[in-house]
Design a protein around this ligand. Structure first.
Ligand SMILES: C[S@@+](CC[C@H](N)C(=O)[O-])C[C@H]1O[C@@H](n2cnc3c(N)ncnc32)[C@H](O)[C@@H]1O
Length: 296
């Protein structure tokens, strides 16, 4: 008699993903990346990993899994997470954050000596480049603080696109028209139809690989952290841990931006709710965490 497990098998171009194989991959993704592949994500796993399995000519999901866990270079694991996570992003995504930055934060920050900002899941770079262009546009050169933007992601594929800083022109369609000549170079020849971020924007950003669920540290704290549209991948205990670790690198009075579809509701953060998807770390002596504002 065939085991009941087989009822859950799903075929992908001749490959099947059994419930047991899905559990192996699910546990690995959770342990190593915090990725929450709930029941029902079998189709996603099949479709995204199926391509890698065919390329590597693995006979089954189990043999692919065994290869990934035994690969000491870690590269197979990185390819697996690249395939499983979505790197969707765009320039000026969730514009309310950039408007809040320009209207409420930059006027108070223009006389600082430096601005250290972290884009904590920067994907292919549109978020940190938007940030850099916004700062260059709105900080008067005479009083400008030194700008340092750290942009990190777990995906090496997304990071190499970010470091190149070359984008199809249609992705820049909705940017303020003055930004194009000021911050981008137009591609020619084989780069026709593409735009490249100018070196003066690029040099404000340092890119690096960082897994938010592994221990990390930085040289100094940040006045603003973007941690947007990444916590959706994590279950609640992982979200709690990531928020604690990330905000421990926020300076007192600094701000955390999360995605508008995300919420810190139900997490212990010690942060004040400012407005949707915007939180502030109180300075010592200010309102204690857990006050009315801090709980949203
Ligand atoms: C949907 S994109 C969000 C990009 C950008 N922050 C935005 O809001 O447009 C999510 C990014 O999170 C990254 N990611 C997923 N798990 C991660 C982890 N454990 N550590 C760091 N980055 C992670 C993915 O590689 C992906 O580039």
């Amino acid at each position: 008699m065939r085991p009941a497990l087989d009822l859950l098998e799903v075929a992908e171009g001749g490959l099947t993903l059994s419930a047991a194989e899905f559990e192996l991959i699910r546990n690995l993704a959770r342990e190593r990346f915090g990725l929450d592949l709930r029941q029902g994500k079998e189709e996603l796993v099949k479709a995204r990993l199926g391509r890698l399995i065919r390329q590597g000519r693995f006979p089954s999901f189990r043999s692919y899994y065994e290869y990934v866990v035994s690969d000491r270079t870690g590269e197979a694991l990185v390819s697996m997470i690249d395939a499983l996570t979505t790197n969707y992003t765009s320039f000026r995504r969730e514009p309310a954050h950039f408007e809040f930055l320009v209207q409420h934060l930059l006027p108070a920050w223009r006389n600082r000596r430096s601005l250290r900002i972290w884009s904590a899941a920067c994907a292919s770079g549109e978020e940190p480049y938007t940030l850099a262009c916004t700062l260059l546009e709105h900080l008067p050169p005479s009083s400008s603080p030194e700008i340092h933007i750290l942009a990190t992601d777990i995906s090496t594929r997304a990071l190499s696109a970010a470091e190149r800083g070359i984008y199809p022109a249609e992705r820049l369609r909705d940017l303020p028209p003055v930004w194009l000549p000021r911050f981008f170079l137009r591609g020619h020849g084989s780069y026709e139809g593409h735009m490249k971020v100018k070196p003066e924007v690029r040099r404000l950003i340092e890119f690096g690989r960082l897994n938010l669920i592994e221990p990390f540290s930085h040289a100094e704290p940040f006045v603003l952290i973007f941690c947007r549209n990444v916590m959706i991948y994590f279950d609640r205990p992982v979200r709690q841990m990531v928020v604690e670790r990330v905000t421990s690198w926020l300076e007192p009075g600094g701000y955390l931006f999360v995605g508008h579809a995300e919420s810190l509701a139900g997490l212990k953060t010690g942060l004040e709710y400012v407005r949707p998807a915007v939180y502030r770390k109180p300075s010592p002596g200010e309102l204690p965490a857990g006050s009315r504002k801090g709980r949203r």
